[in-house]
Design a protein around this ligand. Structure first.
Ligand code: PLP
Length: 351
């Protein structure tokens, strides 16, 4: 029996995508060859890469001033590539510290140059999104994390800054409609809403590159990947193909607007139960609650054994909270059906 998978990842994808991707491993496009053995420079794979990049632009409603790249190294390598490409030798960058991943991005950027942390919620174990700060033109760029996967907070609005706006959207990309043109650079590890681990999406406004006066190692240089259309080195063919299938599936099922409506309904169902059931309480500040990663705890620890047994018996997996928060975390990414959320809510009602 397929489980109700509330795990934070990696890769909670639509069932149809798992099916088609597995078929391509045996026989890609009826070629008699596996997707894993055909040349990445073959016509069929180049078409996949081109379309995977094109769908991103269509979904985000972005024009030719943006480039879409599929890279490797995860979002973690972007923590380093962003400052290498955008932080000038004498300049400084502004970051908000809203969780473990934001802190990781700050750590890497500090290895490259000057970084100011303009706001943090660390003192409250990252349970809210700080909003009272200003970022002026003295900074080369401002970096934020749209959704804090571990702590269950999400930026509902993005600040107006007098510099470039850079965002790590790893755990809520394609989950809600945004004006994507407000960002100068967006990156995301594929493995939550858009594909398997191994591919990393970068969407970058071309005009912001080449201004730092730095020597950039070849793989870390966005311009190299733009010139080579994401084929500067061997791309992660399976991860790109499954990402392409996932985005095509999203496009064919109403695009981001429809995904957002489904995600809002799922989040409402679950948060309503957390708020109305005296056995549970939410972890994150209400106005900053994530619609992707729902963190909550039991109000009475003595019910833990009964609750854990009940959700496991209902075929639920991956509900344990991250060790730095404790309690529970229900990750309800794009591919999670509302029926599975209802199963969890029914279990919560039963204890
Ligand atoms: N940023 C966020 C918001 C994440 O949730 C994660 C991983 O879960 C990362 C960055 C790190 O991504 P990766 O494992 O692709 O390096």
């Amino acid at each position: 029996m397929k489980k109700h998978n509330f795990s934070a990842g990696p890769s909670i994808l639509p069932q149809e995508v798992f099916q088609k991707a597995s078929e391509a491993i045996l026989n890609f496009n009826d070629s008699g060859l596996s997707l894993l053995e055909i040349s990445h420079r073959s016509k069929d794979f180049v078409a996949v890469m081109d379309e995977a990049r094109a769908i991103v632009k269509r979904l985000m409603n972005l024009g030719d001033d943006y480039e879409v790249l599929y890279l490797q190294g995860g979002a973690s390598l972007q923590f380093l590539m962003v400052p290498f490409n955008l932080l000038s030798v004498d300049g400084k960058a502004a970051y908000t510290n809203t969780g473990t991943w934001a802190a990781g991005a700050i750590k890497e950027a500090k290895m490259i140059g000057n970084v100011d942390v303009v706001a943090t919620s660390k003192e409250a174990n990252y349970s809210y999104i700080p909003k009272e700060f200003k970022v002026g033109s003295e900074y080369d760029y401002f970096h934020c994390t749209s959704n804090n996967t571990i702590f269950g907070t999400q930026m509902k609005e993005f600040p107006k800054v007098d510099t470039l706006l850079v965002c790590d959207m790893s755990s809520d990309i394609f989950s809600r409609e945004l004006d994507f043109s407000q960002f100068d650079l967006i990156y995301a590890g594929a493995q939550k809403n858009m594909g398997p681990a191994g591919a990393t999406l970068v969407v970058v406004k071309k005009s912001i590159l080449g201004k730092t006066g730095r020597m950039i190692p070849t793989y870390l240089d966005y311009s190299v990947h733009i010139d080579k259309e994401s084929m500067s080195n061997t791309p992660p063919v399976f991860a790109v193909y499954a990402s392409y299938l996932t985005l095509k599936h999203l496009e064919e099922n109403g695009g981001i607007a429809a995904a957002e409506a489904r995600n809002n309904a799922k989040a409402k169902l679950l948060y309503d139960e957390i708020d109305n059931n005296p056995n549970f309480q939410g972890v994150a500040a209400i106005e900053d609650r994530s619609f992707m990663n729902v963190t909550f705890t039991l109000t009475d620890e003595s019910k833990q054994e009964a609750f854990d047994a009940a959700w496991k018996a209902a075929g639920i997996s991956g509900l344990n909270g991250h060790r730095s928060v404790g309690g529970y975390r229900a990750s309800i990414y794009n591919a999670m059906p509302i029926e599975s959320v209802q199963v969890l809510v029914d279990v919560m009602k039963s204890i």
